[in-house]
Design a binder for this molecule. Structure first.
Ligand code: ATP
Ligand code: MG
Length: 346
């Protein structure tokens, strides 16, 4: 049996949540050993491109690189956009998770998380990238399933559970029961679209160009899924003035940012409402009982839980450690026989 083969192996095997924004690696028997931005800095010298930095170091360079260096994100909208760079990034993270290439020993079996709506072409790209990076065998797990296991939902029981994973590139909405997805949908709206919406409002209302790192920082500091109550906070933002072309500083308020975020947030709320409308009555009854669990970095957007609760009338809870839920769940699926039914061979 394939699964008994996985379980017999020593601790080289790992689960990877290859996210659009962050990559998290879980190693069998060790837990999460790596959590870094999915960014690669490439340097071109005499026409030859090579990797200069990966992860946190590469993210620090984003938007600040000289002409011969480029900091790129090989994943967009939840799928691989640049296969060569994605492969190099995966290889680098696998080596690092093992404490360097020399310690790798034999080739590990790897569980990779994929969005529930991903196509067979996208899945093949993931498998090839993991194989070329040194995996001997590649397993796939659907992200909402991994998120639900990681959040401690009862996915092996005949009980309906609902998870909403708001990542950087996609939001996955799923209703799970008995090892399977009873309903799932994936929309290409997440943290990145929120950042875009913030950059657009700053450009339109203040004539100021800001980079994606700045937009993300604004979201973390004053972003909210609902308009502010009472006194609104204002923060200082620096960028380049559109017409004058000069560096400039402006002040932006919580209310303006909530206004910018209203559209991406309403897409997420809409996807959750559609899921509930399409749920079988018995499962719906369980969800009324147990509520909705939020995972992914977008679950940390202020008042996201409240916005979803207002729109559905259901209790909404944010999982503990929402940024690592998917990797934790995939890791448990790798280690625990009870969950073996949720893995499929790539
Ligand atoms: N406190 C916060 N408030 C708002 N957004 C946050 C916060 N912390 C993190 N985020 C956002 O969460 C997103 C990253 O989440 P996560 O790591 O779950 O995504 P991912 O798994 O890489 O993406 P995907 O699952 O779509 O491939 C980023 O857009 C980040 O800005
Ligand atoms: Mg994710």
């Amino acid at each position: 049996m394939l699964f008994s083969r996985i379980l017999r192996l020593p601790s080289n095997d790992m689960a990877i949540d290859l996210g659009t924004v962050n990559t998290v690696v879980y190693v069998r028997g060790k837990g999460i050993v790596l959590n870094e931005p999915s960014v690669v800095a490439l340097e071109t010298i005499d026409g030859v491109r090579r990797v200069k930095a990966v992860g946190r170091d590469a993210k620090l360079m984003m938007g600040k690189t000289p002409a011969h260096i480029q900091a790129v994100r090989p994943l967009r909208d939840g799928v691989i956009a640049d296969i060569d760079v994605a492969e190099q990034m995966i290889k680098h993270f696998i080596d690092r998770a093992h404490g360097g290439p020399s310690r790798l020993g034999r080739h590990p079996e790897i569980v990779v998380c994929v969005p529930s709506g991903s196509t067979s072409v996208e899945r093949r790209a993931i498998r090839d990238a993991a194989t070329n990076a040194g995996a001997s065998r590649v397993w796939l797990i659907e992200e909402p399933m991994a998120a639900a296991i990681g959040a401690g939902l009862p996915v092996t029981e005949p009980v309906g559970a609902m998870v909403v994973d708001i990542g950087g590139g996609t939001t996955e909405v799923a209703i799970l029961s008995l090892h399977g997805l009873a309903y799932s949908t994936s929309i290409r709206v997440g943290g990145d679209k929120m950042d875009d919406a913030i950059a657009a409002v700053v450009r339109r209302k203040h004539n100021l160009m800001i980079g994606e790192t700045t937009a993300e920082r604004i979201k973390h500091e004053i972003g909210s899924a609902l308009p502010p109550r009472g006194e609104a906070v204002t923060i200082r933002v620096r960028g380049r003035h559109l017409s004058a072309g000069m560096p400039q500083e402006i002040f932006i308020s919580e209310a303006e940012i909530a206004d910018a975020l209203a559209e991406p947030v309403s897409h997420i709320v809409g996807a959750v409402r559609t899921a509930l409308e399409n749920t079988a009555p018995e499962l719906a009854a369980d969800i009324v009982d147990r509520g909705i669990v939020l995972t992914g970095g977008g679950a940390l957007l202020k008042r996201m839980d409240e916005a979803l609760s207002n729109a559905t009338g259901l209790p909404v809870a944010v999982a503990d450690d929402p940024l690592t839920c998917v990797a934790m769940g995939a890791g448990r699926a790798l280690e625990d026989l009870d969950y073996r039914g949720v893995l499929s061979e790539a």
